[in-house]
Design a binder for this molecule. Structure first.
Ligand SMILES: [Cu+2]
Length: 176
């Protein structure tokens, strides 16, 4: 029966009482979920909020390269190791198929992260903390980042980005 079109004028017929009740119930559930989103964002240990700005891969690359040259302390497998001072702007570049640079941060200090991609969509996934962001080219994701525990953290790409995707692992080192 459901495959046949409904009879003409069904839309204007009076809604039955029990159907009205179900509509009201669904509305209440929708509203609870809607406001719960806000509560969950604040109390649910979700990804921190970030702001997004338009940029271009060229512009972002220029800023990131200048940043890496300024604070470079060494190299790890051909990737620069960078130790920026606390409260400074930190740039993290995603490209096929690496994260640049390796960041050395201090525990308990704040950093202003800028994350962007130079080619296509990548996914920033900080492990084992499990913080996740999509990283698009042309957008600068800015978030305040404060490491609360020392150690080595891996940045895994969690958006499939081609043949080298599984090798795309970056590193953040947090010192005491
Ligand atoms: Cu990737």
């Amino acid at each position: 029966m459901a495959l046949l079109p409904p009879e003409e004028g069904w839309y204007f017929k009076k809604v039955a009482k029990d159907e009205k009740m179900w509509i009201a119930l669904a509305l209440v559930v929708c509203l609870i979920l809607f406001f719960w989103m806000v509560v969950w964002h604040i109390y649910g240990k979700q990804n921190p909020s970030f702001t997004t700005y338009r940029t271009t891969p060229q512009e972002f690359n220029a800023l990131a390269t200048a940043f890496m040259e300024k604070y470079k302390t060494g190299e790890m497998n051909g990737i620069p190791v960078v130790e920026p001072p606390p409260n400074s702007d930190v740039f993290l570049v995603a490209k096929m198929w690496r994260w640049e640079p390796v960041l050395v941060l201090k525990k308990g200090q704040e950093y202003r992260f800028h994350i962007s991609s130079l080619d296509l969509l990548h996914g920033f996934s900080l492990q084992p903390v499990n913080m996740n962001f999509m990283v698009f080219p042309g957008y600068d994701y800015v978030l305040t980042f404060k490491p609360t525990s020392a150690g080595e953290f891996a940045i895994v790409c969690n958006e499939f980005c081609g043949i080298g995707h599984h090798m795309m692992i970056g590193k953040i080192i947090v010192k005491e």
